[in-house]
Design a protein around this ligand. Structure first.
Ligand code: ATP
Ligand code: MG
Length: 266
């Protein structure tokens, strides 16, 4: 997959991936934080953007969302905000554009902007953002924040649980992606459907997984994220799975995902 990335003033190409699914609790934030950490471990310079007012990616990266002087909301709403003042370093080797509840109000205000779908894109273009990868953790809805994320992305990764309603939700999301391609971002690609919280002992999970493969073919990523208790525990320590339990199956799977993403980005 060739990605036509944004070239910033310094000429550096950032590969921008949105982690997106309007369905809640499918592993978007877990994937965003751990993919960012795994890419950093591979010596990639990574920026994680928390695009969700829940601020879970912020907390999961070890940054307290209640202590933020500035957050993504300020950056989206104020023209003269310096992005470098807002970006903070997570303990995990990557940089973070943090978010909290203030983003809910920003979402409402964005709707009044003329260029409302392109606010994040213009910020990234305007500022000298030099990263190998930018990962955007989207909220569980197809709102203006998600549209901003998709409008600036090279590709979208879709975490999906292998459950009965998975296919139905995916169809709605793929239709939205098509609309984005026809309007604000014709270069947007499907980076891949990522099977998350997979339990191989569960027959339904096996069936849905096979159905995803036959229906979406190559768009299904090879890496499968298993259900793993360490992955659920790590955020309460403000850690990625790699620093929390490096040898766990969850950690291995996100390292494998990082390898796969690096490969498909070339
Ligand atoms: P939301 O839609 O609310 O933003 P989300 O899609 O970001 O949710 P997560 O917050 O990543 O989903 O995950 C939902 C819950 O499942 C969390 O409690 C998380 O710790 C847990 N979880 C995610 N992935 C796994 C996994 N592979 N194994 C075990 N638990 C997991
Ligand atoms: Mg989330």
């Amino acid at each position: 997959m060739r990605l036509l990335s944004i070239k910033n003033k310094g000429g550096v190409l950032s590969k921008i991936f949105s982690i997106c699914n309007q369905k809640g609790g499918v592993g978007k934030t877990t994937t965003s934080v751990n993919l960012a950490a795994a890419l950093s471990l591979n010596n990639k310079k990574v920026l994680l953007i928390d695009m969700d007012p829940q601020g879970n990616a912020t907390m999961g990266s070890g940054v307290n969302k209640y202590d933020l002087e500035y957050s993504l909301a300020d950056l989206l709403l104020e023209d003269n905000q310096n992005v470098k003042e807002i970006i903070c370093s997570a303990n995990e080797g990557f940089d973070l554009l943090p978010a909290n509840q203030a983003l809910t109000l920003a979402e409402v205000k964005l709707l009044e902007f003329k260029n409302r779908e392109l606010v994040l894109k213009e910020i990234i273009k305007r500022n000298n953002i030099e990263y190998d990868f930018v990962i955007i953790d989207c909220p569980p809805s197809l709102n203006i924040l998600t549209v901003n994320a998709l409008a600036v992305s090279d590709a979208v990764i879709i975490p999906t649980q292998c459950e009965y309603y998975a296919l139905e939700g995916l169809t709605a999301l793929l239709e939205t992606i098509d609309k984005i391609k026809m309007s604000v971002n014709q270069n947007l690609k499907i980076g891949g459907i990522l099977r998350t919280m997979y339990d191989p002992r569960n027959n339904l999970a096996q069936d849905v997984s096979s159905e995803l493969e036959s229906h979406f073919g190559k768009e299904v990523l090879n890496t499968v994220i298993p259900r793993n208790v360490s992955l659920a525990e790590a955020p309460s320590h403000g850690s990625s799975i790699i620093s929390y339990d490096r040898g766990s199956k969850g950690s291995m799977s996100y390292l494998a995902l990082a390898g796969e993403i690096v490969k498909i980005s070339k």
